[in-house]
Design a binder for this molecule. Structure first.
Ligand code: ADP
Ligand code: MG
Length: 325
């Protein structure tokens, strides 16, 4: 079974009757604290061999785990507050490794202003895995949800797309394209160390309609916004923001076009904006020195269609990442 079918079949029924669960269809859940503030709660897990290679520095693995969770808080427009950490440590784990892991977290805590407040530590006979629960706050009723995209909205993404998938291909030595040193560094770093768009998420509160972070591939994730909102979407391939490094790879081998469309681990924000708010998006991009690129529009109907520069349908067959279980 696929991950999303498992959630829909077995776990979504357990969330029925509680609006803040958002049907288990959003980046995080909401819990209203006092009528003015909502607590935003999200959880992401990682496992060696699936979410990281195992050869990375332990500090980098820790940062990636924390940052993927922070990215989900960003997607809701939330300000991070604290987190809980559960670690499943192989019995052979060295103390040095755990120390490096904790140092990675300490560095990011200082950067973002979050604190560890609890968790669990167990020994396992399997490979290392860990799960983190992050919590943040957003003004009550203002969280950015996947279900709020409207026909006529313009679709935006932050930063650049596809770098991370290309960085992973590089690390796994399956890129098949010569890459300059500076490009190699950029692509690998984008895979190893995502940048959760926290300031952007908070700035988009009251501005954006639908919003989520792209973790499993643009086309698949935009499909989640469409499903949740009961709309369709058209995106234009030539508008997708590519870094210089990604552009060089795509120019060398056209097949790598699938990286910005369906490659995982981008951790950029994908959001829709009504016509009246375009100027505000430009102002936010300038204030944050972060590219925000319009890539398409929300239409009536269902599903995501990708057009090339001639208006041809180039929607990829593989739309993104979906774990099989
Ligand atoms: P994201 O990529 O934003 O972290 P996922 O694709 O991992 O989101 O999950 C989609 C939704 O399903 C989220 O709302 C998540 O909380 C929920 N979900 C995933 N696994 C489970 C589970 N085992 N039990 C309950 N909810 C789950
Ligand atoms: Mg998410």
């Amino acid at each position: 079974m696929k991950e999303f079918d498992v959630i829909a079949s077995f776990f979504a029924p357990l969330a029925e009757g509680y609006d803040g669960a958002l049907g288990l269809c959003d980046d995080a859940a909401l819990f209203t604290l006092d009528g003015a503030t909502a607590l935003v709660v999200t959880k992401d897990a990682i496992s060696e061999g699936v979410h990281f290679l195992g050869t990375e520095d332990a500090g980098l693995i820790a940062k990636k785990l924390l940052r993927t969770n922070l990215s989900d808080l960003a997607a809701m427009g939330a300000k991070p507050a604290f987190y809980l950490l559960a670690m499943m440590l192989p019995e052979v784990t060295q103390t040095d490794w755990i120390e490096a892991f904790s140092k990675g977290l300490a560095e990011d805590q200082r950067l973002v202003g979050v604190t560890l407040t609890g968790g669990d530590t167990i020994a396992t006979k399997g490979p290392f895995s860990a799960s983190l629960t992050a919590m943040g706050t957003v003004p009550h009723g203002k969280a950015l949800l996947r279900r709020d995209a409207k026909k006529g909205d313009r679709i935006y993404v932050s930063g650049t797309l596809g770098d991370s998938a290309l960085g992973l291909a590089l690390l796994q030595e399956r890129l098949g394209v010569e890459v300059a040193f500076a490009d190699r560094l950029w692509l690998k770093e984008r895979y190893l160390l995502p940048q959760p768009r926290l300031a952007l998420g908070q700035a988009l509160v009251g501005v954006a309609h639908g919003c989520m972070d792209i973790s499993d591939g643009l086309v698949q994730d935009l499909g989640h916004i469409c499903n949740a909102s009961g709309v369709g979407a058209v995106i234009h391939r030539k508008l997708l923001p590519l870094s210089d490094a990604a552009r060089h790879v795509v120019e060398a081998d056209d097949a790598w076009w699938r990286a910005p469309l369906s490659g995982g681990d981008d951790y950029e924000l994908l959001f829709t904006v009504p016509q009246a708010a375009h100027k505000q998006v430009e102002a936010i991009a300038a204030a944050l020195s972060l590219p925000l690129t319009a890539i398409g529009e929300i239409i009536s109907g269902a599903g995501v269609t990708v057009h090339d520069e001639h208006g041809m349908n180039v929607t990829p067959e593989v739309k993104g990442y979906n774990h099989s279980v």
